[in-house]
Design a protein around this ligand. Structure first.
Ligand code: ADP
Ligand code: MG
Length: 452
């Protein structure tokens, strides 16, 4: 029996509720309402702007991981304020359980129709990876197999994988193509294992699901690090597909040799085809990307405003696009038809002044090491000595508080710890800061030092 959306949503809430007080659960989470499911994102509405902000501030990671664990095909969520909800419903049909259960039956994530080759701007930084992806989309399993692409966050890896998917779906309808994020792949596997002892068919189904395909794409494979059993499973999936001459495409935020605790044999499989990196785009490419985005979204914005944005962000295109939306939103609030340079300067003023860029996980780790006089390798390592363990937990707590990072990514920084360990450390310090003055003093000192 397929559980319906509301039932799954109840499960999500139940899961998140175990880690919070009943009062804040009733206040913030219970009133959330499902509006829609779109492009692998669950869209929720909060009864007020305040509650939207509270949800995002306090429960973002917990909700995200519960949601992606519960829904196979949903990896993220968004919360709308009442105004945003109203705006959204002007252009979209409201939530209807029947429409959504259709989606529920889809086994895999679907492709975002905006992520096409046509919408991808090619420049020096990404021309080789673009060419490779295009070649694979046009003729799967002929030249580059596996294709392994890597590059920093927000540089277009997921966009390219979806572009391959959209292209193949359009041009070779008979091909079975599967895209999965590594996170969902892990969840799926964990689920299969959990029931394997009582029901053999579940693990068989899992295997069939990933082996009866013409093209398998796994996004953000770095999360497989440290997961021994899954690596083993994936090794066999890989060999099976490869022997049947099926295409395998993998993305990662780093090259195979830098994925920690990755089995040698998988490393050598990953490097046996083509490995191609995506670099940071130069200014010209960034401007072209913003112009394209503006054209797609039908934004009207002057070219010096575009340049102003492109000059200020050079590491992450997603962030740059976020800046563009902020500027457009700001200028629409002023009632302007076209966003100007001064709109851009005003809209981004606060953001650029606080200069959050200087805060990084490295900086937090260094400051914590200095403060407690421990070495970095001890801090992120496995030593259980009490002083070191406390310093480590405080560091994890600060990173979860001050940086907008997924728990799995934080776990990765701390030597591949599980996200539940990260949650545990965070909660523990939050509690201790209330009862133990040495902890609250340290946390406050460190926060002050890091906000300088
Ligand atoms: P990654 O998966 O590498 O973290 P994404 O593929 O999610 O990054 O890209 C982040 C955003 O930037 C997406 O909205 C994507 O469409 C956009 N983007 C990245 N590179 C390009 C490009 N070369 N041309 C157009 N849009 C791009
Ligand atoms: Mg991605």
């Amino acid at each position: 029996m397929e559980a319906n959306i509301s039932k799954k949503w109840e499960n999500v809430l139940e899961k998140v509720a175990t880690n919070m007080s009943a009062v804040s659960f009733d206040l913030w989470l219970k009133p959330l309402e499902i509006i829609d499911i779109k492009d692998g994102t669950l869209i929720l509405a909060a009864p007020s702007l305040v509650s939207k902000n509270q949800v995002l501030k306090n429960f973002k990671d917990a909700l995200k991981s519960a949601i992606s664990g519960e829904f196979d095909y949903i990896a993220d969520f968004e919360v709308f304020s009442p105004e945003e909800k109203e705006e959204y419903l002007k252009y979209n049909k409201p939530f209807e359980e029947e429409n959504l259960t259709q989606v529920n039956k889809q086994e895999f994530e679907t492709f975002n129709s905006k992520y096409t080759f046509d919408n991808f701007v090619v420049g020096k930084s990404n021309q080789f990876v673009y060419t490779a992806c295009r070649a694979v989309a046009e003729n799967p399993a002929t030249r580059f197999n596996p294709l392994f692409i890597y590059g920093g966050v927000g540089l277009g890896k997921t966009h390219l994988l979806h572009a391959i998917g959209n292209y193949i779906k359009e041009n070779s309808k008979d091909k079975k193509i599967v895209y999965v994020t590594c996170e969902n792949f892990i969840n799926d596997y964990v689920y299969a294992l959990k029931f394997n002892s009582t029901n053999d068919t579940i693990i068989t189904n899992f295997r069939d699901k990933y082996r009866n395909v013409d093209v398998l794409m796994i996004d953000d494979i770095q999360f497989i690090s440290e997961k021994k059993a899954l690596q083993e499973e994936f090794f066999h999936t890989f060999n099976d597909l490869y022997q049947k001459n099926k295409q395998i495409i993998i993305s990662s935020d780093r090259p195979p040799r830098e994925i920690s605790a990755l089995e040698e044999r998988l490393k050598s499989r990953f490097t046996s085809g083509l490995i191609q990196d995506i670099q940071k785009p130069d200014l010209e490419t960034r401007i072209a990307i913003l112009e394209k985005k503006a054209a797609i979204e039908k934004y009207s914005i002057e070219s010096d405003a575009i340049r102003f944005i492109a000059e200020r962000i050079d590491t992450n295109i997603r962030e740059m696009e976020g800046f563009l939306s902020k500027v457009i939103f700001y200028s629409s609030l002023l009632g302007n038809n076209t966003a100007t340079l001064s709109d851009a300067q005003e809209a981004l003023k606060n953001y650029l002044e606080t200069n959050k860029e200087s805060l990084s996980t490295d900086r937090i780790i260094n400051v914590v090491c200095d403060y407690f006089n421990v070495t970095k390798s001890d801090l992120i390592g496995k030593r259980k000595n009490k002083e070191i363990a406390t310093a480590r937990q405080i560091c994890i707590y600060l990173i979860t508080e001050m940086m907008d990072l997924p728990l799995t990514a934080i776990g990765e920084i701390f030597g591949g710890r599980d996200h539940t360990t990260i949650i545990h450390s965070r909660d523990k310090i939050e509690e201790m800061a209330k009862t133990k003055s040495s902890v609250s003093v340290a946390v406050n000192d460190l926060k002050a030092m890091l906000s300088e």
